[in-house]
Design a protein around this ligand. Sequence first.
Ligand code: BTN
Length: 283
Amino acid sequence: MVKNGESMNKKHRYINNPGRLLLSEIKAVLDTKIIAKELKYYSKISSTNQEARKIAEHGAQDGTIIIAETQTQGRGRQGRSWESPAGGIWLTIILRPKISPEHAPILTLLTGSVIAKTIRYTTELKATLKWPNDVRIHDKKVCGILTELSAEQDNINFVLVGLGINVNINIDRFPQELQSQVTSLQEELKRSVDRITFTKRLLEQFETEYLKFLKNPINKIPAIIKTWRQLSDTLGRNVVVETNSGKIVGFASDIADDGALIVLTETGEEHKIIAGDCIYLEQ
Ligand code: BTN
């Protein structure tokens, strides 16, 4: 679906152009059963997560995607804002998994692993995962994931998986204070990346893993955690984790079945941290 008056007839003019408009054409090349069967494209939007919530509350189907060239009010974790200039992949997947709400955090881990693997496969860059949900290259953030859950006691209404990937973006498009912490695929490769090919691979792989997970959630969790561990750059490090109830300093020893980070403190205490910001004490 093409919005904002951008015509599909322009397809041939843009086919080799990694820049604008191509994102609207993803649906045409996708080989998926549920993901992006409904796809809403915007050249500019406030936030794909915000729009996704609106339409999910009005019954949007499982697998619906909202994708935008730019966001004016992109949202990050912990109420932060998310810079979303043209050239990135800013999208939200609406999911309606028939799983227990307690298993929803696994979807964030699954998404992070799929993104890291897609980067590795399409670019050969060694993308790694930083708890809870950053994808990094050479110790700099290339992608963030914002998962939002709407659930009742035992039932999930919907899960919004919002992901922001810095693809074809010059680092000087980011505010000065972020420039030493972030990177983009273009920055790392010194060339641009075809966002259609990348997004196709990403969404097809996401669907494969998502459907496997849905078939047998409890049995699939150990394999999802194992993959996350293999891709992680957090485990085995000394960290400070800033949580709502204070800072925890210790050794990041493992990740639990619900996605919580296990941190061992100097005094031998074991903390299971559900949410927080993780800072590495040494690189
Ligand atoms: C983070 O803080 O690391 C999470 C960032 C998530 C950004 C993405 S971009 C697409 C989607 N829409 C939003 O407003 N946020 C997410």
